[in-house]
Design a protein around this ligand. Structure first.
Ligand code: F6P
Length: 364
């Protein structure tokens, strides 16, 4: 009798609503095939410290689809190919510990790895695939900026939370005749800003794909004033820049992190509007509220479909791929085709046209 497969699953990068639904689907679908699933805690950390591997059974995962976060923990500073390690002298050095991960993966008898992550985590997964680990990737990120799939899970929840926040700002902004500037996440792509700004009835939406002219933004606000609308809502994606400017960042973040922590553009835009129009202006940063809590129905469904599809890919021995939504199907696309290809909002997209058609200022 052939033994059933032994699957490892990890979650990497920033968390996103739907991670637990992927885990639940992977475990339930694998269990039907008589396979075992093990969760690697904290990205690849669990494979460097074997105490951090947990057996996942239908009993332990049933019902977790509705929970936010990830029961496995995650990290965005745990790249085994460039691990930040503090030596005995207290100095931090960057080491490649990927061989150790591969060795432990084999020692533990795993047949394959399901890596659930965004661009950075999938790049690491692809590098492990090139080192001989059979890998299936699952696209996760609230930013919706991965190529090869029409949507990533987590995005719909983030947009819903941002839209609800914008809805709430209308009444307070109107009461005070104020301009409220909301900075939303999304890194170098404007998907969250555009979709929540449109749904939430923003007056101005600023996205990284369209560097803005602050004069045009202020002109739009003052024109509204002339037409009797004395308040305004401005939604700005965190990676947005003024024309000729650069992305604003809060710093590099913690040691071992590869990317800048973006932020500050909302505050900048609010100050400029206040200075140039004399309007009472406030800014707020929605931040991690966009990643917290229960996934929407849409995200749960996509996540469950991605998880089940990942198991089907393993059954078909289809490795080095990422599951992707290509409506109405979920299919596999080669990881090498999606890695490093950030998917931005196309300038001719229907949503951008809609924004212009209904009189929203895009800062250009
Ligand atoms: O990639 C997801 C994301 O939430 C981005 O939108 C944001 O820039 C970043 O992660 C924040 O990272 P952290 O959780 O490390 O602050």
């Amino acid at each position: 009798m052939t033994r059933g497969k032994k699957i490892a699953i990890n979650t990497g990068g920033g968390d996103a609503p739907g991670l637990n639904a992927v885990i639940e689907a992977v475990v339930m679908a694998s269990s039907k095939l008589g396979w075992e699933v093990y969760g690697i805690k904290n990205g690849y950390g669990g494979l460097l410290n074997t105490n951090e591997i947990v057996r996942l059974t239908p009993e332990t995962v049933r019902g977790i689809s509705s929970l936010g976060g990830t029961i496995l923990g995650t990290t965005n500073k745990g790249n085994p190919f460039q691990m930040s390690i503090t030596n005995l002298a207290g100095e931090t050095e960057i080491r490649d510990v990927s061989d150790k991960v591969v060795e432990n993966f084999k020692l533990l008898g795993f047949d394959c790895l399901i890596a659930v992550g965004g661009d950075g985590s999938l790049k690491i997964a692809y590098d492990f695939y090139k080192k001989g680990i059979p890998v299936v990737g699952v696209p996760k990120t609230i930013d919706n900026d991965l190529g090869g799939t029409v949507i990533t899970f987590g995005f719909d929840t983030a947009v819903s939370i941002a839209t609800e926040a914008i809805d709430r700002l209308h009444s307070t902004a109107r009461s005070h005749d104020r301009v409220m500037v909301v900075e939303v996440m999304g890194r170098h792509a404007g998907w969250i800003a555009l979709n929540s700004g449109l749904s939430g009835g923003a007056d101005v939406i600023l996205i990284p794909e369209i560097p803005f002219d602050i004069e045009k933004v202020c002109k739009h606000i003052m024109e509204n004033e002339l037409h009797g609308r004395h308040y305004g809502i401005v939604v700005v994606g965190e990676g947005t820049t003024p024309i000729g400017g650069v992305e604003m960042a809060r710093g590099k973040g913690e040691a071992g992190r590869q990317e800048l922590v973006l932020g500050g553009i909302g505050e900048y835009v609010a100050k400029e509007i206040s200075k140039r129009t004399g309007k009472d202006t406030r800014s707020l940063v929605l931040g991690h509220l966009q990643r917290g809590g229960s996934p929407t129905t849409f995200d749960r469904l996509v996540s469950l479909r991605f998880g089940a599809a990942a198991v089907r890919m393993i059954e078909e021995q289809n490795f080095g791929i990422m599951v992707a939504l290509d409506p109405p199907e979920v299919k596999g696309v080669p990881l090498e085709e999606v890695i490093g290809k950030i998917r931005k909002v196309p300038l001719d997209s229907d949503s951008l046209r809609t924004a212009r058609d209904i009189g929203i200022c895009l800062g250009d």
